[in-house]
Design a binder for this molecule. Structure first.
Ligand SMILES: *[C@@H]1O[C@H](CO)[C@@H](O)[C@H](O)[C@H]1NC(C)=O
Length: 313
């Protein structure tokens, strides 16, 4: 008897702690009633919950050029040379990299293995790495230095793209919509970006934040979005992703989600619709995109409804 009641007390204590944690850490924990109902909802049901997931780089802020400058600065510091030529990524070539591989280390591996076919020498004509371990070590050190240089640039220059904070705030205020950030960039870099652009208060309200180091496969693999849907316990068909690149679009569609692409001058000519994009807009702010333009049709007509009607390109 005594031990049984102790167990009950222990459970009550755990429940109490959980209750405390969930109310203090989570903006809106789904009620047990809603969870219990969810599995019996038909696919066409328009009930929530829904989720709005933001990519970071290119969507929340335009970082492409800052990343490129930070890489080139790191390459210069390491005095990287291939066939006696300094390694430097042009605007045009960085666009190609952006549209080919996710994650900074993968970009370097792609450059050295697929584009130039050789790793560079570094510092005072230091030797070219010969083993996969040496190659990995060089790329790791370059990425670490690049991240530091990038954080310095961000602290000086970062600001959110027009309309992003407004849309995020509308979503955060809607208890039927979960909000998250899913970025392939390294945690140190993206954390800095989010601190500067969103501010810590808004950041803490996010229901999920999955960063490059948190998943084993980077975009275009859908894993990051699959993981987000699982953590949020939201049907992928009810998740809307905002992306800016083909790599991100493929990840979102691979996870079975809706995807809005906000493009920039470097990506405006890509055929996003051919790859399953649900709506293409230049910028959220310039088109006055609201939460209702996205989720209104889905709530009325089901998760497959056309979104951003009259607003998308
Ligand atoms: C880079 O080259 C490797 C080996 O040839 C190949 O398997 C891989 O698919 C290439 N990567 C890309 C992104 O094209």
């Amino acid at each position: 008897m005594k031990s049984a009641s102790l167990v009950v007390v222990a459970f009550a204590a755990i429940e109490g702690i959980e209750g405390f944690l969930s109310t203090s850490l989570h903006r809106h924990r789904p009620s047990p009633g809603r969870d219990a109902r969810a599995p019996s909802l038909s696919a066409a049901s328009t009930e929530g919950p829904y989720a709005l997931l933001f990519d970071c780089d290119g969507v929340i802020i335009e970082t492409e050029q800052l990343h490129r400058l930070a890489y080139n600065a790191a390459f210069r510091e390491f005095d990287l040379k291939i066939r006696n030529e300094p390694v430097e990524w042009s605007v045009k070539y960085y666009d190609v990299l952006q549209n080919t591989v996710g994650g900074g280390k993968n970009k370097m591996f792609f450059h050295f293995r697929n584009t130039t076919g050789t790793f560079p020498s570094s510092g005072d004509g230091g030797p070219v790495p010969t083993t996969p371990e040496e190659e990995q070590d060089l790329v790791d050190r370059l990425q670490a230095r690049k991240t530091d240089l990038y954080k310095e640039l961000i602290a000086e220059k970062a600001a959110a793209r027009p309309g992003v904070l407004e849309l995020m705030d509308q979503a955060l205020a809607d208890e039927n919509i979960r909000v998250g950030v899913c970025s392939a960039s390294t945690k140190a870099a993206v954390t800095k970006v989010l601190d500067v652009t969103l501010g810590s208060e808004r950041r803490q309200k996010l229901d999920v934040c999955i960063l490059g180091d948190d998943v084993s496969k980077l975009k275009p693999d859908p894993l990051i979005y699959v993981t987000a849907a699982e953590r949020l316990n939201v049907d992928p068909a009810r998740c809307v992703v905002i992306e800016d690149s083909i790599v991100g679009l493929k990840a979102a569609k691979g996870a079975g989600m809706r995807c809005i692409v906000t493009y920039t001058t470097s990506t405006e000519n890509e055929d996003f619709y051919a790859l399953g994009c649900d709506a293409k807009v230049p910028e959220l702010g310039s088109k006055g995109v609201t939460l209702d333009m996205i989720f209104g049709p889905m709530k009325r007509d089901g998760p497959d409804a056309e979104i951003l009607v009259g607003v998308k390109d």
